[in-house]
Design a binder for this molecule. Structure first.
Ligand code: AMP
Ligand code: MN
Ligand code: MN
Ligand code: MN
Length: 285
């Protein structure tokens, strides 16, 4: 069953390259049977993806990936199985979209000052519902300011670069609480990707669990076996269930391909088993 679950996926509703329909086709081709679309700070794609999933016979869980702040870092919290129409999630999303729109203007201005075509990039983002740095990276590459999107992060948008605007997202604890209030499970996404010491990471997991967090991504796209062991230790120590998600934004990137991840270690309770014990909300199309 492990192979067939992917609870962290992006579409064109945030910074992924596939539409929900194309994503569902990819999931079917790769043998994924149960999934959640977890676009950044939005639930806009959930109705569409649920309809596609139903047509394809896949089990679709509601999802989103909320940006949160803790210790001055941006932490990503995946929400799963919440009521997509509930007020806590709507408020969480609206708050972050307003912050993102404001941040996009700041990023553009800073890029302009640094000699990059920030305003021109911002114009290209005009039709984007959830403006992310990924959109800036693609626009900067198209405008000739970088070889490709990855180079745009290295040169302009990554940590310590001119277009890196430290974000003040809602607090981690508040983010977890919103997901729980919406009837969902909060999952600490890609726990090894944050700029934290090992001790800070353990504190993060403790704070996350104390705030009501339910699971940690033990298997996520791009991790090595020893990293899975480290993440497993964090989940067990925090009393959290384990989740699995490719974090696929683009099927061309081999380390994030859905249906090709390592198995969730047997030592941790799978988050989907907890739902089986207390059924969570699946989206009805
Ligand atoms: P944002 O939430 O707007 O700060 O954008 C973060 C997104 O940018 C992440 O979800 C990744 O998809 C992408 N990203 C972050 N760092 C990099 C990087 N170094 N190279 C490529 N994409 C990145
Ligand atoms: Mn992303
Ligand atoms: Mn993330
Ligand atoms: Mn993600």
């Amino acid at each position: 069953m492990n192979d067939s679950v992917d609870l962290h996926l992006h579409s064109t509703h945030s910074d992924g390259v596939l539409s929900p329909a194309a994503l569902v086709e990819l999931l079917v081709a790769n043998g994924v049977r149960q999934f959640a679309l977890t676009d950044h700070d939005t639930v806009a794609g959930l109705g569409e993806v649920a309809r596609c999933a139903q047509g394809a016979g896949l089990h679709c869980i509601t999802g989103t990936e909320l940006s949160a702040s803790w210790l001055g870092r941006t932490i990503h919290v995946v929400g799963l199985g919440f009521d997509p129409d509930c007020a806590p999630i709507a408020t969480a999303v609206d708050t972050r979209l307003a912050l993102r729109r404001e941040r996009a203007r700041t990023i553009a201005a800073r890029l302009d000052r640094a000699g990059a075509p920030g305003s021109a990039a911002l114009e290209r983002l005009a039709g984007t519902a959830v403006p992310t740095r990924t959109h800036f990276a693609r626009a900067l590459a198209e405008l000739g300011a970088a070889r490709d999107a990855a180079h745009a992060f290295d040169r302009w948008l990554g940590h310590g670069k001119p277009g890196h605007v430290p974000s003040e997202w809602p607090a981690l604890e508040e983010t977890v609480a919103a997901i729980v209030a919406g009837g969902g499970t909060a999952v600490l996404a890609h726990p090894l990707r944050y700029r934290l010491s090992a001790g800070q990471r353990r504190t993060l997991v403790r704070v996350f669990a104390a705030a009501g967090g339910g699971a940690l991504e033990v298997v996520t796209g791009g991790v090595a076996p020893h990293q899975i062991e480290t993440a497993l230790g964090l989940a067990l120590r925090g009393g959290l269930a384990g989740s699995v998600g490719s974090d696929c934004h683009d099927p061309a990137l081999p380390w994030h391909r859905p249906g090709r991840l390592a198995k969730l270690p047997a030592a941790v309770v799978p988050v989907w088993d907890r739902w089986a014990a207390a059924p969570t909300r699946a989206l009805e199309a």
